[in-house]
Design a protein around this ligand. Structure first.
Ligand SMILES: [Zn+2]
Length: 247
């Protein structure tokens, strides 16, 4: 006749182990959530950095354009001065020297105008890119807010579930012998894994090795704790009779 009390203790301990497994998975999920939120923040930050870089570039180009236009205006004034002087000079040499100065200014202006055209094209394309980026950041920001709110909600639910699970834990403990309960506690603190291994079809459910026939026979009596000779877990083996609940 099997020792019902020890069998019941093992059954309860197995239930507690399942309970704790779930509790652990809640904990894991809870610690993952801040990482997901951080990732969402990063995706928005990436866009914002991109926008700020391109905005700086645009500002710099516009500044250059302004100084180029100022240069064109001052060249125009200078040209006007040379022309006035040309009207007053008496020698050909002096006239030609001024003409050379004017041509030099003309050449410089041509180059500047070409640069201005290039920069204006760049300004146009930057503005298009910035428009696109600002649309993208707006939609990314919306996704971030929505998902972050979902994560925050999940955090709350998980915290409540964890609190409940921790409370429920104490309901299992009175139905597990103190010594067995202590062994379990020590094991999970050290190993963070299963302490009870189900023994089915003569095999240890944890390490998958065959349970030695002698150990199996003893375990089925539920008179004392029997450990798997390989993985050292407590064996909770299926009873000889199919009528009894298992696990
Ligand atoms: Zn084992």
């Amino acid at each position: 006749m099997a020792n019902e009390s020890l069998r019941q203790q093992l059954a309860n301990l197995y239930k507690l182990q399942e309970h704790d497994r779930e509790l652990l998975s809640y904990h894991r999920r809870l610690t993952e959530i801040p990482k997901h939120i951080e990732k969402l923040e990063l995706s928005v930050t990436k866009f914002k950095t991109d926008i700020s870089t391109k905005t700086d570039e645009l500002t710099e180009i516009e500044k250059n354009l302004r100084s180029m236009n100022v240069e064109l205006e001052s060249n125009e004034e200078q040209r006007e001065k040379y022309r006035n002087e040309q009207r007053e000079v008496t020698s050909n040499d002096a006239y030609n020297a001024l003409e050379n100065q004017i041509e030099f200014l003309d050449q410089k202006d041509l180059e500047t105008e070409e640069q201005i055209l290039e920069l204006m094209e760049k300004v146009d394309s930057l503005k298009v890119e910035l428009d696109k980026l600002s649309d993208e950041v707006a939609s990314e920001d919306q996704i971030k807010s929505k998902k972050t709110a979902e994560f925050r909600k999940e955090q709350k639910v998980l915290k409540a579930d964890i609190d409940l699970k921790i409370k429920q834990r104490s309901e299992f403990l009175p139905n597990i012998g103190k010594s067995l309960g202590n062994q379990y506690q020590k094991w999970i603190e050290r190993n963070k894994g299963d302490f009870v291994a189900l023994g089915k079809n003569g095999t240890c459910g944890s390490c998958r090795l065959t349970i030695q026939p002698q150990s199996l026979k003893e375990a089925q009596k539920y008179e004392k704790l029997v450990y798997c000779s390989n993985c050292k877990r407590v064996l909770y083996v299926e009873p000889l009779s199919n009528d009894e609940p298992y696990p």
